[in-house]
Ligand binder design. Sequence first.
Ligand code: SF4
Length: 247
Amino acid sequence: MKQSRTGYVRKLETMGMVDGPGIRTIAFLSGCPLRCLFCHNPDMWRTDPKDAITVDELVTKLKRYKPYYGEEGGVTFCGGEPLNQPEFLYDAMKACKAEGISTCLDTSGFGRVDTFDDILSVTDTILYDIKGLEEKKYREMTSAPLRVTQQFLAKAQEHGVNIWIRVVIVPGFHDTYEYMDELAEYIAPLNNIERIELLPYHTMGVNKYETIGKEYPLDGVPAMNKDTCMELQKYLISEVDRIRKEA
Ligand code: SF4
């Protein structure tokens, strides 16, 4: 893979407890080619020259928090879409691994297919966002074709990377037991699935659209009820277990 030692990182957050195993530092790589209707970080779609950082500078910062990572923790690379900077992402994750720091990739699985093998070779855990299972609906939700993320998932299975499945649940789009049944059929045959999480859609990003001069695509759609989302999650996990037992 072509080497690129400079990338774009908007911010680091420390002591994260939910974005991957253990205690983690979260590196937010700016830039994303998708346009998910429910995106609450449209300010991360574009890179900013102010975000520029070299791999060495980034890893020096990440190493400072190493005492907190313990056995399980490490660094999570999220975005935007981190696969949008594949050379930088690969270099940064490889450098983390060389320092004994565990790597986690929070991704939609959309990127350059020819870079997936290299990136997955230095990835310990993936937080894999499922944004749709059927071409038309996926494209409506993300403005991207479905096949790329499917190829990413297939490669992740080949590499045996641990996966946490994550699905944002938007009322009126995903909050049905029929969709949970489809998800269960899709997830059950997959290997190395460590966790399945449904994330309730929220409206906290609405104001960011005003600041970037864009209309909010889901105007009027309410936040997802957290209890209902939890019920759907319980059902989904039980269906995945049932399908696996019957297989
Ligand atoms: S992949 Fe993430 S950052 Fe990109 S548009 Fe979708 S929700 Fe927003």
